[in-house]
Design a protein around this ligand. Structure first.
Ligand code: NAP
Length: 248
């Protein structure tokens, strides 16, 4: 087992399933103590307990990134427990798909508030501690859709493109403090989010993927591990695409 992240504390949002769970599990195998979140303690604790059973170090914290008070309380809890946050992975995200002509204000606002505002809120809460520590790694999970666009996902695509521009700006602001800020943009990954697609939609998507398969949470976790590990000390402001070649 590599111990690249030994002694580091990683806060992973949306760690209860899918990509976030994969990232939390992988960072723990690299030696990090992972604080992973979900909106209910039950959902977060079930993954944290399983990581501990596998020999990793993990704690569960409740978090709703669309609620500023919840963000403050989550970050305060992690800092009380560990006194530091070395790595922040903003993974929590939702979709509320519809064509623009049918997209209700609630569908727009929920996705903006969770994906884009949530990433801002988490960074705003964690960055002061990283600045004082003169070190930190932030990875924001975006999507290939933020680059390509996708009919029915104008709200979601706007948040992901917005997070990438936000990240490049933060990378410029925080580089002098030894804090790197990068994005990982998955293509179509096999999680609850894509299991909602019907067989026809899945086949249509797969036909656009040169590697001929959906990605796995581990594929995304490997990219995150690179960006937070010792091999990426001089990498900031990038978006690392993990999409089997569907966008190149
Ligand atoms: N799957 C894909 O193909 C794909 C492709 C590109 C990008 N992505 C991005 O990757 C990330 C993870 O996607 P996924 O497929 O793993 O999704 P998922 O299986 O639906 O899991 C979403 C995670 O986000 C959490 N979450 C949802 N709303 C939240 C909120 N308001 N506050 C805090 N946590 C919240 C959920 O926790 P609860 O237990 O509280 O529900 C869950 O842990 C998202 O940012 C998504 O946009 C996914």
């Amino acid at each position: 087992m590599s111990e690249d992240l030994n002694g580091k504390v990683a806060l992973v949002t949306g760690g209860s399933r899918g990509i976030g769970e994969g990232i939390a599990r992988h960072l723990s195998t690299l030696g990090a103590h992972v604080a992973l979140t979900a909106r209910t303690m039950e959902a977060a604790e079930s993954v944290a307990a399983s990581i501990r059973e596998d020999g990793g170090a993990a704690t569960a914290v409740t978090l709703d990134v669309s609620d500023p008070a919840s963000v403050e309380s989550c970050v305060a809890t992690v800092l009380e427990d560990h006194e530091r946050i070395d790595i922040l992975v903003n993974n929590a995200g939702i979709t509320r798909d519809n064509l623009l002509l049918r997209m209700k204000p609630d569908d727009w606002e929920a996705v903006i508030s969770t994906n884009l505002d949530g990433t801002y809120r988490m960074c705003r809460a964690v960055v002061p501690k990283m600045v004082r520590a003169k070190a930190g790694r932030i990875v924001n999970i975006t999507s290939v859709v933020g680059t390509l666009g996708n009919p029915g996902q104008a709200n979601y695509a706007a948040t992901k493109a917005g997070i990438e521009a936000f990240s490049r700006s933060l990378a410029r602001e925080l580089g002098s403090r030894n804090i790197t800020v990068n994005c990982v943009a998955p293509g179509f990954i096999d999680t609850d989010m894509t299991r909602a697609l019907d067989a026809k939609q899945r086949d249509a998507l797969l036909s656009q993927v040169p590697l001929g398969r959906l990605g796995s949470p581990q594929d995304v976790a490997d990219a995150v591990a690179f960006l937070v590990g010792s091999g990426a000390t001089y990498v900031t402001g990038i978006t690392l695409h993990v999409n089997g070649g569907m966008h190149m």
